[in-house]
Design a protein around this ligand. Structure first.
Ligand SMILES: Cc1ncc(COP(=O)(O)O)c(C=O)c1O
Length: 452
């Protein structure tokens, strides 16, 4: 679809949008007032594929993932990066992760099925979930997944029994709650003792699980897993977690003779949703956590285990944008201006769930000043159906294309069919070319499961 590309010899005029640099896909530019991503005109994508539409900058995703791998391996040697598919997944994404040398974290049978359909190597899959079904465990073990992260005692027994039936020894990690309270929204905080995920350290259930796993003959206990939360800016909580976990690994070695091969630190690095946000860059994250691991292992006379991290948001969030068409504008004097878009909580539920905020531009007039304050409201039957509250935008007009930035993580993957809305399609853009990776749903798709 080369006709959508702009002339590469023309200098991009990033005048106004430069202020938004931290939230943009890395190939975003403005040429003659129009927003381009990877050399592809955003408004033309909207007319070609319809709105709402998710657009991903493929180069941005590849750069983020490969820099995690490079920065960790150069400091620690033995490290792997398991992209957290819950942030956004599809076959094209799974293939991209494999091409960049990443592992893949899946948290349901559905996510595993997509990975396998894409030809993703099962031995590089990490399986998560706090209540994996017998079917999900069976499918994962039969496929030969690299690690199952066991969340509770029942699951440990279940995994052992299923592996015995299949006739294999399944490599597992145990998910541990380190008792660290990360500084983030309570809905995405998972490392505290009061969490539904994993075995507690303080109450002894983690140690009981290690003892249990060591006795079972069809699971191989490879190490431990922690995930303290998501959208974390300050690195202190990661450092604290590393010191807690390495001290615990030393305790397991001394008391039980258990030597961990792997320590999986989960995901959680925060990203810029607003221009003023200043998240930690991947290189600084890699430096800080590598220093903490090396120091804490030295203190405890431990060999540095293989480190796994599971970033999701920091790989795809800023790579993705959502395009909408403005259908109506209501200026409520002395109250606010509602700008109604052709999507909402069905394609982006984060604002309703976590009070998320976003930056947007009018894609077809991106070089004009964003001098109007508006609330971007969805088209669904809830007053809470808004995606950006009191946000700066160019003066809106009906028919304009709104481009909302930083919507690449936990938007498409949390999309739903409320009001029987069809879910948007997804396109990847790279080097002036477009490829559709998920097509827009149709009414036929909605009716396909309605067999009554
Ligand atoms: C176990 C686990 N790993 C990784 C992630 C990815 O986190 P993030 O997208 O914040 O990097 C999550 C997110 O909830 C998770 O639960």
């Amino acid at each position: 679809m080369a006709h959508l590309a702009h002339d590469p010899n023309k200098q991009p005029d990033n005048l106004r949008t430069m202020q938004l640099a931290s939230v943009l896909p890395m190939t975003a530019s403005v040429v003659d007032g129009s927003l381009y991503i990877a050399g592809v005109n955003a408004s033309m994508l909207a007319s070609e594929y319809g709105t709402a539409l998710y657009v991903y900058d493929e180069e941005h995703i590849r750069t983020q993932l490969s820099s995690y791998i490079k920065e960790l391996r150069s400091r620690l040697g033995n490290a792997d990066v398991a992209y957290a598919g819950k942030a956004f997944t599809c076959k094209a994404m799974a293939r991209l992760v494999a091409e960049e040398g990443g592992w893949l974290d899946v948290s349901s049978g559905g996510e595993l099925a997509i990975a396998l359909a894409a030809g993703f190597p099962a031995q590089h899959v990490v399986v998560h979930g706090n209540n994996k079904t017998v079917r999900e465990l069976t499918e994962a073990i039969k496929a030969g997944v690299g690690r199952i992260v066991v969340d509770c005692h029942e699951e440990l027994e279940r995994t052992d029994a299923i592996a015995a039936k299949i006739g294999v020894s399944q490599p597992v990690l145990l998910r541990v709650k380190p008792g660290v309270v990360a500084d983030t929204h309570e809905f995405i905080r998972t490392g505290a003792e009061d969490s539904k995920f994993g075995f507690g350290l303080a109450d002894g259930s983690a140690t009981a699980a290690v003892k249990q796993a060591m006795k079972l003959s069809n699971v191989q206990l490879k190490g431990l897993h922690v995930h303290i939360g998501s959208q974390i800016f300050a690195l202190d909580s990661f450092v604290e977690t590393i010191f807690v976990m390495t001290a615990y690994l030393a305790e397991l070695r001394d008391n039980l003779g258990f030597m961990a091969e792997d320590l999986d630190l989960g995901g959680g690095l925060g990203i810029a949703y607003l221009a003023a946000d200043a998240p930690t860059p991947i290189v600084a994250f890699a430096q800080t956590i590598s220093d903490a691991i090396i120091k804490s292992c030295e203190q405890n006379s431990l060999t540095v285990p293989r480190i796994i991290v599971e970033p999701g948001r920091s790989i795809v969030a800023n790579a993705g944008v959502t395009l909408y068409t403005i259908g109506a504008i209501k200026e409520l004097r002395d109250i606010r201006t509602y700008v109604a878009i052709d999507g909402g909580m069905t394609d982006n539920i984060r604002t309703a769930l976590y009070d998320a905020s976003y930056e947007s531009v009018i894609a077809n007039r991106a070089n004009e000043p964003r001098d109007t304050i508006v609330t971007l409201a969805g088209k669904h039957c809830e007053s809470g159906d808004v995606v950006a509250i009191d946000a700066s935008l160019q003066r809106p007009q009906v028919g304009d294309i709104v481009c909302m930035f930083a919507t690449g993580a936990y938007c498409q993957s949390m999309a739903n069919n409320y009001n029987r809305q069809v879910r948007p399609g997804v396109v990847f853009v790279r080097d002036g070319k477009v490829r559709e990776v998920i097509r827009r749903e149709s009414y036929e798709d909605l009716l396909a499961t309605d067999v009554g």
